[in-house]
Design a binder for this molecule. Structure first.
Ligand SMILES: *[C@@H]1O[C@H](CO)[C@@H](O)[C@H](O)[C@H]1NC(C)=O
Ligand SMILES: *[C@@H]1O[C@H](CO)[C@@H](O)[C@H](O)[C@H]1NC(C)=O
Ligand SMILES: *[C@@H]1O[C@H](CO)[C@@H](O)[C@H](O)[C@H]1NC(C)=O
Ligand SMILES: *[C@@H]1O[C@H](CO)[C@@H](O)[C@H](O)[C@H]1NC(C)=O
Ligand SMILES: *[C@@H]1O[C@H](CO)[C@@H](O)[C@H](O)[C@H]1NC(C)=O
Ligand SMILES: *[C@@H]1O[C@H](CO)[C@@H](O)[C@H](O)[C@H]1NC(C)=O
Ligand SMILES: *[C@@H]1O[C@H](CO)[C@@H](O)[C@H](O)[C@H]1NC(C)=O
Ligand SMILES: *[C@@H]1O[C@H](CO)[C@@H](O)[C@H](O)[C@H]1NC(C)=O
Length: 534
């Protein structure tokens, strides 16, 4: 339905080209739940102590909790989860060996879990990944971790995972060639049974449940598979890993791009990240997986994800393009029934939305700070937070479904159900000549590409069921350009990279619903907009 108008020639002035999209908002389309905790983080276990050393993440998560009304969930897991050893008499809470940047083993004792619930906003749900690699003496290590985590985290410990990316265990030499859904399901049931029947679990007033699967390999991308196996949600539920009483979710990990090897490094691209059709293709491979999870009575979640695996790529993962990617990705996932997306954080990773302390990378000294991608969370917090905390549902809009343009309708649930919000994302790449540097990122990757001419904008005419005259509040996720690393805000609100405190005031913007329920919106190329019924 998009009509492209070359207004520049029409008007004979320097007006940038713009597109007009007429978008029907159907009321009868298929809707999926939009959870208030749809956007969260996964923290590499060895990065937990470094993050807790400064207030930055605590302050930032406080803003998010205030906007949504619900704190963002925090998973503590990742590769290091299966390299974590519980050492009861360790003389420090945790010890990364050989050092903080190259971690082969993370030794922990009970005190390591202390401070998490105080650091993050009250009510934060934690997901903790137990070590499934060390099977010896009936998982003594995992049992000690479970007991300590439950004792210290109490009600805040929502879920346990057993092992991380267990479909890479053969490749890592942690299991033999017999490792598959059958053996995994057997071991999973054995260890959960041990936990459920242990005194520390039975005595506890709060009983965490489990997030199962935790698979890495994407179903449709053979060159991202570490080994031949039969792991996916369809096969694992068929193998008997079904127990709605204790399985609260099935988790898969997804990294659209990768820096893990030369072949995939050569394919890394900012243009590929800022593309709704690619996002759709990357996510839609999980549609059959989501259906299998649903049939087993638990939702599918992306329990660990980010723009590019193996810590991300500076110049891509830390740009405003990554913020637009995350925005579209979380909403597209939700519309497919993938209920939660947890973005991975390392204290020295290019894809981290914020970093707690200075670190050295490729000969540069990077400052602590906030990367552009964090603003996707701030923007989406306004989408996820609902009037009176009522449940919300989401539909992807068929008339806003192109490489450079996507759109979603958000509905309220219950007696007064109806259209509450519209979100449109312009994913067209616009490369700016300003805002290219951010001292928390590598200056070597600051962009040198500049898009020619003036920045185009797009007019969206949404045909809604809203009454003419209704006021609609507008918020924008804005930045200088796709390639920008700074100068990003949500309608003028940003956050101090040093303290995390809010800077600037929200630029209030409203439109009024026109005759026939038409809502007219304007957004720049590389920008996202939220229109919300007041
Ligand atoms: C929704 O309603 C429209 C207009 O009546 C119709 O064209 C469309 O096929 C319907 N879609 C679904 C999924 O029922
Ligand atoms: C950490 O250990 C690795 C491997 O032994 C070594 O290459 C690296 O220089 C060490 N880094 C620091 C900061 O000590
Ligand atoms: C866990 O497994 C590793 C690798 O086999 C081994 O070095 C370590 O001693 C084991 N630790 C425990 C507590 O079982
Ligand atoms: C559980 O409670 C029982 C009865 O109070 C007690 O005897 C037992 O030691 C407790 N076990 C644990 C692991 O706390
Ligand atoms: C699921 O199992 C079937 C039968 O063993 C196998 O052919 C298929 O490749 C498996 N799926 C995945 C994603 O490994
Ligand atoms: C995501 O899509 C891009 C473009 O088609 C493709 O190169 C990449 O392999 C996909 N990644 C995954 C994990 O599906
Ligand atoms: C968007 O387009 C893809 C094909 O690129 C299609 O499979 C999908 O169903 C479309 N989504 C909507 C909401 O129409
Ligand atoms: C935008 O800039 C990035 C580098 O920052 C470059 O890779 C990309 O090709 C540019 N895209 C366009 C459309 O100019």
């Amino acid at each position: 339905m998009a009509r492209l108008l070359a207004l520049a020639s029409l008007l004979g002035c320097s007006q940038a080209l713009f597109a007009v999209n007429t978008v029907d908002i159907p009321l009868n389309g298929s809707k999926a739940i939009l959870r208030p905790d749809a956007y969260g983080y996964s923290v590499e276990p060895s990065s937990m102590a470094p993050f807790l050393q400064t207030n930055l993440a605590s302050v930032l998560m406080g803003h998010i909790a205030n906007i949504i009304g619900t704190p963002a969930p925090i998973r503590v897991g990742g590769n290091i989860a299966d390299q974590t050893l519980f050492v009861p008499d360790l003389d420090t809470p945790s010890l990364a060996l050989p050092n903080d940047t190259t971690v082969e083993v993370l030794q922990i004792q009970k005190d390591w879990f202390r401070g998490w619930t105080e650091y993050f906003p009250r009510g934060t749900d934690f997901i903790y990944t137990l070590n499934l690699r060390n099977t010896s003496q009936l998982w003594t290590n995992a049992m000690q971790e479970a007991a300590a985590a439950m004792d210290v985290l109490g009600d805040s410990l929502a879920l346990f995972e057993l092992g991380n990316e267990i479909d890479h265990y053969i490749n890592k030499g942690w299991r033999t060639a017999t490792w598959g859904t059958k053996e995994y399901t057997h071991q999973w049931k054995q260890l959960t049974h041990q936990i459920l029947t242990a005194g520390f679990y039975r005595n506890s007033t709060h009983k965490p449940r489990f997030q199962a699967a935790v698979f890495a390999d994407p179903p449709w991308v053979p060159d991202q598979h570490d080994e031949i196996d039969d792991f996916d949600i369809i096969n694992v539920t068929r193998a008997g890993l079904v127990d709605p009483q204790i399985i609260a979710a099935y988790s898969v990990h997804l990294y659209p791009q990768s820096t893990c090897d030369e072949v995939r490094r050569a394919r890394l691209s900012l243009n590929l990240l800022s593309d709704h059709e690619v996002i759709w293709r990357n996510l839609s491979q999980y549609v059959p997986q989501q259906a299998a999870a649903e049939a087993a009575h638990a939702p599918l979640v992306l329990g660990e994800t980010n723009s590019a695996s193996c810590s991300g790529q500076s110049g891509i993962s830390d740009t405003f393009g990554a913020a637009l990617w995350s925005t579209d990705y979380v909403l597209a996932a939700a519309s497919l029934g993938i209920e939660q997306v947890l973005f991975h954080l390392g204290h020295t990773s290019a894809y981290s939305a914020f970093t707690p302390a200075p670190y050295e990378s490729e000969g540069e000294e990077l400052e602590a700070g906030i990367r552009a991608n964090f603003y996707s969370h701030v923007f989406l917090a306004h989408v996820l937070g609902a009037r009176n905390n009522r449940p919300q549902q989401i539909s992807a809009l068929a008339a806003a479904n192109a490489s450079d343009f996507s759109g979603y309708a958000i509905y309220g649930e219950g007696p007064r159900s109806g259209l509450e919000k519209l979100v449109f994302v312009d994913l067209g790449v616009w490369n700016s000549s300003v805002g290219l540097h951010n001292p928390s990122t590598l200056s070597a990757t600051d962009s040198t590409s500049v898009s020619p001419g003036r920045r185009p904008h797009r007019k969206v005419q949404a045909r809604t069921t809203w009454q003419p005259g209704t006021e609609v509040k507008i918020l924008k996720l804005q930045g200088p350009g796709t390639n920008a690393k700074s100068g990003v805000s949500v309608s003028g609100v940003s956050f101090s990279p040093e303290t995390g405190e809010m800077v600037g005031r929200e630029e209030k913007e409203k439109v009024v619903v026109q005759h026939g329920g038409i809502v007219e919106l304007e957004l720049l190329q590389a920008e996202a907009i939220l229109a919300q019924r007041v």
